[in-house]
Design a protein around this ligand. Structure first.
Ligand code: XMP
Length: 486
């Protein structure tokens, strides 16, 4: 047994000492950061992989604003793949694998697919995927015979205007305008269909200049997986669907089975970006970094809905956990980012997490009250709320069972619910409107925080940061006091 000589500190235990600042306007600062060695965010904010926080709608909003969302894993592989696809199709100046059908398909079938998929046009391809036509709502709208083949109404091969795979967004915009087109198919040298650029997608792209996108202009998104053997297939399906990173997410990530899983994933998917966690110690971060993780997620028990520390007695106050984990990554000789996960209540906590060594922060309950979070809004005493629940809460375990069914060995047996030992709670948070507004306040706090820290960038903030430990009186002084709030 040993007791550490140093105290464990968390956000409320410290303040940052203001530094002489060269920043004259907070608009001069740069909030961009590395999520993993290959993924750059414009704001250092990640929405948590929780079933009351991040599904496609939240991930779309996060990526459009410059952050990223991680789709939770408490759904079937098929459902999670669909969520990733929804994000990937939401924006991007080129849709990969657009909906296509053979020329023998009937007008009625084309109509049905367009309605089901909510698209205004379909590509027509030969058996070997060569683009031979294009059919839009306008082509079939007043067609007299809906059982006729689409070859009768489609744009014929010689009339198609298409582009090559290396077309830029600006060139596509020019072509679409010049020919007054709405759709521009993209083909390879053999004429095989590769993708589709639409005028709508270019417009959407321009509306979100801060969006975090991949090389095809599609929004970036992450997906969580577990450590069961079946998660290797889940990982493969998610990567094939376009997930930009995988988050190997278990409560106690400093475990042999987690390390083994990182090594297996690394061997099978050498190019994938892998985030692993959660850990809260130098040794934990060191081991996951050595196993091949591309970023380390830090936090054992700081979360708003977590009871791990109460139930098990384990955890490390979050500021110390981040600092120790950063030291662990350094000791491993790897320059990989830290993601501080949990316990962020206000923008100042985020600034402290970044200053002490995190490159980005993950938040759950901060976003659970947003319109884009899954789940309905409930009204209590005339006020709007949304539900947030810990992923180790009893409610989440029951929900998981309902979705995954009895084939999942990790799920609890319905008859044994009283044997579940929850490490999380279910709660409500006030409804907070659109996530964009919440992010604006958070990022505004970071802009000012950088300015107080005398830093133009997050890296500079880390270099210059000096923390001072405060007393309960200092904490009281930090908050509004001795006035009645209006
Ligand atoms: P915040 O404070 O942002 O924290 O709401 C979100 C993080 O909390 C973790 N999490 C849990 N931790 N029991 C726990 O001990 C749980 O049931 C639980 N559910 C989520 C997770 O790391 C999340 O990102």
């Amino acid at each position: 047994m040993k007791i550490r000589a140093t105290k464990g500190l968390t956000f409320d235990d410290v303040l940052l000492v203001p530094k002489k600042s060269p920043v004259s306007s907070r608009k001069d600062v740069d909030t961009s950061t590395w999520l993993t060695p290959r993924i750059r965010l414009r704001i250092p904010i990640v929405s948590a992989n929780m079933d009351t926080v991040t599904e496609a709608e939240m991930a779309i909003a996060m990526a459009r604003a410059g952050g990223i969302g991680i789709i939770h894993r408490f759904m079937t592989v098929k459902q999670q793949v669909q969520q990733i696809r929804r994000v990937k199709r939401a924006e991007g100046f080129m849709v990969e694998r657009p909906y296509a059908l053979p020329q023998s398909a009937s007008i009625a079938q084309a109509q049905q697919i367009m309605t089901q998929r909510d698209v205004g046009g379909l590509m027509v391809v030969s058996e070997d995927e060569e683009l031979i036509g294009l059919v839009t709502q306008r082509d079939i709208l007043l067609a007299p015979n809906s059982s006729a083949p689409i070859s009768a109404v489609m744009t014929q091969p010689e009339q198609i205007i298409s582009a090559g795979a290396d077309i830029t967004m600006e060139e596509a915009r020019r072509l679409l305008h010049k020919h007054r087109l709405e759709k521009l198919p993209v083909v390879d040298e053999d004429g095989s269909l590769l993708g589709l650029i639409t005028a709508q997608d270019i417009l959407k792209h321009n509306r979100h200049p801060n969006a975090v996108t991949d090389n095809s202009g599609r929004l970036r998104v992450g997906a969580a997986i577990g450590v069961q053997a079946a998660d290797m297939q889940r990982a493969e399906a998610l990567l094939n669907a376009g997930a930009d990173l995988l988050v190997l997410d278990i409560a106690h990530g400093h475990a042999d089975h987690c390390i083994e899983m990182i090594k297996n994933l690394r061997a099978k998917f050498p190019d994938a970006q892998l985030v692993a966690g959660n850990v809260a110690s130098k040794e934990g971060a060191y081991d996951l970094a050595m196993a091949g993780a591309d970023a380390i997620k830090v936090g054992v028990g700081p979360g708003s809905i977590c009871t791990t520390r109460i139930v098990t007695g384990f955890g490390v106050p979050q500021l110390t956990a981040i600092m120790d984990s950063a030291a662990g990554v350094k000791a491993a000789g790897r320059k990989i980012p830290i993601i501080a996960d949990g316990g962020i209540k206000i923008s100042g906590d985020m600034v402290k997490a970044l200053a002490v060594g995190a490159s980005s922060v993950m938040m759950g309950s901060m976003f659970a009250g947003c319109e884009e979070a899954p789940g309905a809004t409930v009204i209590r005493n005339g006020q709007k709320f949304k539900v947030v629940r810990g992923m180790a809460s009893l409610g989440a375990a029951m929900g998981r069972k309902a979705v995954e069914g009895p084939q999942d060995e990790s799920a609890e047996d319905p008859e044994d619910w009283d044997k579940v030992v929850p490490e999380g709670i279910e709660a409500v948070v006030p409804y907070r409107g659109n996530v964009e507004e919440v992010l604006y306040q958070l990022v505004g706090g970071l802009w000012s925080g950088l300015s107080y820290g005398g830093a133009f960038t997050i890296e500079e903030l880390q270099e210059k940061a000096e923390f001072i430990q405060i007393t309960p009186a200092g904490l009281r002084e930090s908050r509004s006091h001795d006035v009645s709030k209006v």
